[in-house]
Ligand binder design. Sequence first.
Ligand SMILES: Nc1ncnc2c1ncn2[C@@H]1O[C@H](COP(=O)(O)OP(=O)(O)OP(=O)(O)O)[C@@H](O)[C@H]1O
Ligand SMILES: [Mg+2]
Length: 248
Amino acid sequence: MKLHMRDLTKAYHEHPVLNVAEATLGMHGLEGLIGPNGAGKSTLMGLLTRRIAATTGTVELEDGDARHPLNPIRSHQVANLGLVKTNQRIQGFESLTIRDNLRLAATAHANETYRGVLDQNQTNDAIEAEIDDYLSQFTFADPDGFAKSGGEKKLLDILRCLIFKPRMLLMDEPTAGLPDDVTAKVMDMVRAKVKSGEMTVVIVEHDLELIWNYCAYVHFLSEGEILFHGTPDDVKNNRVVAEKYMGV
Ligand SMILES: Nc1ncnc2c1ncn2[C@@H]1O[C@H](COP(=O)(O)OP(=O)(O)OP(=O)(O)O)[C@@H](O)[C@H]1O
Ligand SMILES: [Mg+2]
């Protein structure tokens, strides 16, 4: 899946924070979105998933031959089109156990309501097996209890998104707060799913080594504008990126 945006702007109290004339995300499988603190990366991801209302502009989701304009779509319906986002700041996860969070995500597609899934005990063997598989690969202190630490919540947020089987996944600083070995495991899994054609991914990270290692293509955002994009080597060698972000 790809996301097309045009004349996309966001201003808070008439102070502009984002201004993207035209861009497409998702053409290169696993892409990075980098830029300084406050550049507008999270704002852009919020606009693309309709969690933040745009001031102007349009966003379209390209899915094979279909193009879905996202402007009329409400944020809670975006996931049903296959577009899902992980969160930079984690909230929630206090009302459901780790396992129930994964059950909910696995069955949360169109027409299934939050309550219905859990109350009617619609979870089936295949879903349970998939959840067991994830929980055997990623260790939680108590998988039948609640996610406790920030790291566990962050990991649960990512696994919740993956088990939903998105066709396009936006990841906002997913690995900040995760131990290095867990980060590598998550990213290897994400890369495998991208390679098999299950989904496209855009990842926001300040950990540039991760970006260079995993991303085929990188977009550079600064002061609300996409100033450059290219391969990791192109971006590493770009003068504007160096001046505005690498502190050279
Ligand atoms: N709700 C809001 N009201 C006012 N200003 C906001 C709001 N949300 C974000 N901003 C401003 O918009 C700009 C972009 O913020 P954003 O969070 O998108 O940056 P970011 O690139 O994700 O930064 P970081 O790397 O620190 O996560 C910042 O100047 C921020 O202060
Ligand atoms: Mg951010």
